[in-house]
Write a protein that binds this ligand. Structure first.
Ligand SMILES: [Zn+2]
Ligand SMILES: [Zn+2]
Length: 80
């Protein structure tokens, strides 16, 4: 693989590649197999990762369970 994601889209933390496991996408909450998540455990599926920014934010706003507005702002900012 030549293209490696530079970091978590949610918090910017470095991604950790380990064994494949079931992870819940942070944006759409689908459970998918992945071997990459960030140090804080965030996972964003390929579909959401490649989604245009606005759609992602919209989707994110609709499904987000984040209660802390500060964390939400930080997470939103990371998408741009
Ligand atoms: Zn993260
Ligand atoms: Zn997703």
């Amino acid at each position: 693989m030549s293209h490696i994601r530079s970091g978590c889209v949610v918090c910017g933390e470095e991604l950790v590649y380990g064994q494949s496991e079931k992870l819940e996408c942070f944006c759409c909450h689908k459970i998918l197999d992945s071997n990459a998540k960030c140090g804080k455990g965030h996972y964003v599926c390929d579909k959401c990762y490649s989604m245009p920014g606005n759609d992602l934010i919209e989707n994110f706003c609709n499904t987000s369970k984040i209660a802390d507005p500060l964390e939400f702002a930080r997470a939103s900012f990371a998408f741009f």
